[in-house]
Design a protein around this ligand. Structure first.
Ligand code: AOS
Ligand code: ZN
Ligand code: ZN
Ligand code: ZN
Length: 424
């Protein structure tokens, strides 16, 4: 389904007066609201194909109905999000969950919804039906060469699918590691993994990037072969200029200073992409910004500082993706919340008075430095984000319109109450 343009216009008309009041007040308080609006309009966050269905845990899953049954319907769902917020103009696919049987048709469908294909994700963390060899003891790290080769071949196949769709990056997340001390020779595991990645790297087209995603633990709970940003950076440096580190916000040991990691990776020109989510305990994959909004702001603050220092384009020079999961919410509503949280943090970070911050740092004026950041973080930028969305043709309040249009009911009618999206 699609939301008729006039419905968005009607919705916006009803909310326009109060938005205008809030926006004009804010625009009078801050510097150059117009340039921030332009940046917000350009900024697009990719939606992962696997987040469109209800997630679950190993204890159970409680699907909500109307979930997309195939890639076409996933694209339609993201098209809907993009219609509402005008900031979700990209999709990140997972192979084999999303093998496009007819790539040119899929490409045209995505284009029709204003979507491009962001990073392709390979999957060597599960065994697929009919698969010859098992990944039980790892994929690229495996002691068995044939298993390593199977994982390499899979990644090459993912690149091939991505080329057909016009994607320009491959994200490799490996669950490889060990569950118990002694299980693995760390050096052999690293070397095998590096050799595998090198082989995959050779198959990247010139304009492609490879993102090496790290994760502290899970499913392995003693060691992980790409376990932190240091290891990811080692691989990326050894692989070459097309390889970068990908930061998933949920993949660190507790209390890690993610904003500092981001800053240093950017400095080295090795930050490639992001998986946004939030967490309280581990890789909780909760709605972006729901637990630690100040951390998210601090990360964006470093991103802008580092990207501007390198003259990078905020929208196109990094891969921005959500990687979240929803056990009890309507996935589409949750994704709208996540994108909104990202836009709010981005806008707040754009407000930071960089000259003042730098001067305070040079003076060792700790209080002023902290005040500069908190001044930006405590500014209510919701009207700025909503105004940018309104001007781009989106809805002033996407969730309100999604609900008043009864989108989920329509999807359930169309697709059925018991559908299940492929994915985790
Ligand atoms: C797993 O923890 C990672 O975040 C990966 O990005 C993974 O490919 C994705 O979450 C889909 O399972
Ligand atoms: Zn991830
Ligand atoms: Zn994860
Ligand atoms: Zn996660």
């Amino acid at each position: 389904m699609q939301i008729e343009k006039y419905k968005i216009a009607e919705h916006n008309d009803s909310l326009a007066p109060s938005l205008k009041r809030a926006y004009e007040f804010l625009a009078g308080e801050i510097n150059d609201a117009e340039s921030i609006i332009r940046k917000l309009t350009d900024f697009q966050v990719a939606i992962p194909s696997w987040a469109l269905g209800t997630g679950g845990t190993r204890f159970g899953r409680f699907p909500g109905g109307g979930e997309p049954r195939n890639l076409e319907e996933k694209i339609e769902d993201i098209g809907l999000l993009h219609q509402l917020n005008q900031s979700s103009g990209a999709i990140s696919l997972h192979i084999p969950w999303d093998i496009p049987s007819n790539p040119s048709h899929i490409k045209a469908l995505a284009a029709q919804h204003g979507l491009r294909f962001d990073a392709m994700n390979s999957n060597t963390f599960q065994d697929q039906p009919g698969q010859a060899l098992s990944y039980k003891f790892g994929s690229l790290q495996n002691v068995n060469k044939a298993i390593r080769q199977q994982a390499i071949d899979h990644n090459i196949e993912v690149i091939r699918h991505g080329i057909e769709l016009g994607s320009e990056s491959l994200t490799v997340w490996l669950s490889d590691g060990s569950c118990f001390p002694g299980q693995l020779n760390f050096r052999h595991a690293f070397q095998n993994t590096l050799e595998g990645l090198q082989e995959i790297y050779k198959h990247l087209p010139d304009n492609w990037k490879m993102f090496v995603e790290y994760k502290a633990a899970e499913p392995n709970f003693y060691s992980t072969t790409v376990g932190d940003w240091g290891q990811s950076l080692l691989y990326a440096q050894k692989l070459g200029p097309k390889a970068y580190t990908l930061v998933d916000l949920g993949h660190h040991l507790p209390n890690a200073n993610i904003e500092q990691i981001v800053s240093l990776l950017l400095m080295e020109g090795k930050l490639g992409g992001f998986h946004f989510n939030d967490s309280k305990y581990g890789d909780d994959d909760l709605t972006v910004g729901c637990m630690k909004p100040y951390q998210l702001f601090l990360i964006f603050n470093e991103l802008i500082e580092g990207m501007d220092a390198r003259g990078m384009n905020h929208n196109t020079d990094l891969g921005w993706m959500i990687d979240a999961s929803h056990n009890v919410k309507d996935p589409l509503e949750d994704l709208l919340q996540s994108v909104e949280a990202i836009m709010i943090s981005y806008a707040q970070a754009l407000l930071v008075d960089r000259n003042k911050l730098l001067a305070a740092q040079q003076e060792n004026d700790v209080v002023t430095a902290q005040e500069v950041l908190q001044q930006a973080f405590r500014t209510d930028v919701r009207s700025l984000v909503a105004e940018a969305r309104r001007r781009a043709g989106g809805a002033i309040n996407p969730i309100a319109l999604y609900r008043s249009e009864k989108v989920r009911d329509h999807l359930i009618k169309e697709r059925g109450a018991k559908t299940m999206a492929t994915g985790l």
